[in-house]
Design a protein around this ligand. Structure first.
Ligand code: F6P
Length: 328
């Protein structure tokens, strides 16, 4: 009997997931395996939403954002009973191994499955870039390009009205999106959860810039930053502080879900294709319980448990560079 391989996407979607699904399906076929799609992530696995896929099922999707397999965040799967139902469905369909495409929560779920006897390989996909053992996660590059384009537009109106704009971006506990899009978009200040910030310095920077003739200001704030003890609305807290301290008018833009959509960039399509090819090759070789990643342009794999226990450290060189460029 041919080996059967299941694929699912889970958690927050990320541009490039479709390119990864396409590669999983076509690589599986090239190894003479039968690919199965599981819809709506782990919840769909519990609900038995499983169907065979063929090469044509994944044609015309490489350029599409989102995920054709849909995604979900499943509470039920976090319990052993939920996972038992999921495992029973995999057995019902005689699926031998699973490829999980998603962020840290989804890969943690994959590890639980592996420990309960299901051979799994994880592919890191989240716009947050908060998973270690890979330079970038699938979807991050597209998301930062989207944010950068938005910042370009915000800058036009900021400069016309001589205003301060606070732009809040996603990244749950990570400052990667704020940092990369802030550096690429020429932000004046970048506030992230990983680095302590000083709002008085932010205000001084604004006043110094205005005195020197720069009449607008862009401040990037990561949604996970804690500002004055306010964890839920960091951009509102920053805005209030600046208005009170400087007397200047501010505006807030929360970019939200726009960051998760759109056609994946070249980098994301290449990363998705390479990682997914490696994931299926590992299954073909009988190597599971692993996560694939790309480090210094080389595709590698690590024990999933090891990868999840590491911290994806913020690139401090980028942080310092952004600081220098915006302080002169
Ligand atoms: O993990 C990806 C992400 O987009 C985070 O940046 C964000 O905090 C979260 O998902 C939002 O999730 P949801 O769309 O389920 O509210």
């Amino acid at each position: 009997m041919k080996k059967r391989i299941g694929v699912l996407t889970s958690g927050g979607d990320a541009p490039g997931m479709n390119a990864a699904i396409r590669t999983v399906v076509r690589t599986a076929i090239s190894y003479n395996m039968e690919p199965y799609g599981i819809y709506r992530g782990y919840q769909g696995l519990i609900n038995n939403e499983i169907e065979p896929l063929c090469s044509a099922s994944v044609s015309g999707i490489i350029q599409r954002g989102g995920t054709i397999l849909k995604s979900a965040r499943s509470q039920e799967f976090k319990d052993k009973e939920g996972r038992a139902a999921a495992i029973a469905n995999l057995e019902k369909h005689k699926i031998d191994a699973l490829v999980v495409i998603g962020g840290d929560g989804s890969l943690t779920g994959a590890l639980a499955l592996q420990k309960e006897g299901v051979p799994v390989v994880g592919i890191p996909a989240t716009i947050d870039n908060d998973i270690a053992c890979t330079d970038f996660t699938i979807g991050f590059d597209t998301a930062v390009n989207t944010v950068m384009e938005s910042v370009n537009k915000i800058r036009d109106t900021a400069s016309s009205h001589e205003r301060i704009y606070i732009v809040e971006v996603m990244g749950r506990r990570s400052g990667y999106i704020a940092l990369y899009s802030g550096l690429a978009g020429g932000a004046d200040s970048i506030i992230v959860p990983e680095v302590p910030h000083n709002l008085d310095q932010v205000c001084e920077k604004i006043q110094k810039a205005y005195r020197a003739g720069k009449n607008h200001n862009i401040i990037m704030v990561a949604e996970g930053a804690q500002v004055n003890g306010d964890q839920t609305n960091p951009s509102v807290a920053v805005s209030k502080y600046i208005q009170e301290k400087t007397g200047m008018e501010t505006r807030i833009v929360i970019l939200g879900a726009i960051q998760r959509g759109g056609a994946p960039t070249v980098n994301d399509r290449l990363l998705s294709s390479r990682l997914a090819y490696h994931a299926v090759s590992l299954i073909h070789q009988g190597k599971t319980g692993r996560m694939v990643g790309e480090v210094d342009k080389a595709v590698k794999s690590w024990e999933l448990e090891y990868a999840l226990a590491q911290d994806q450290k913020l690139d401090m060189e980028y942080y310092h560079l952004a600081n220098i460029l915006s302080s002169i």
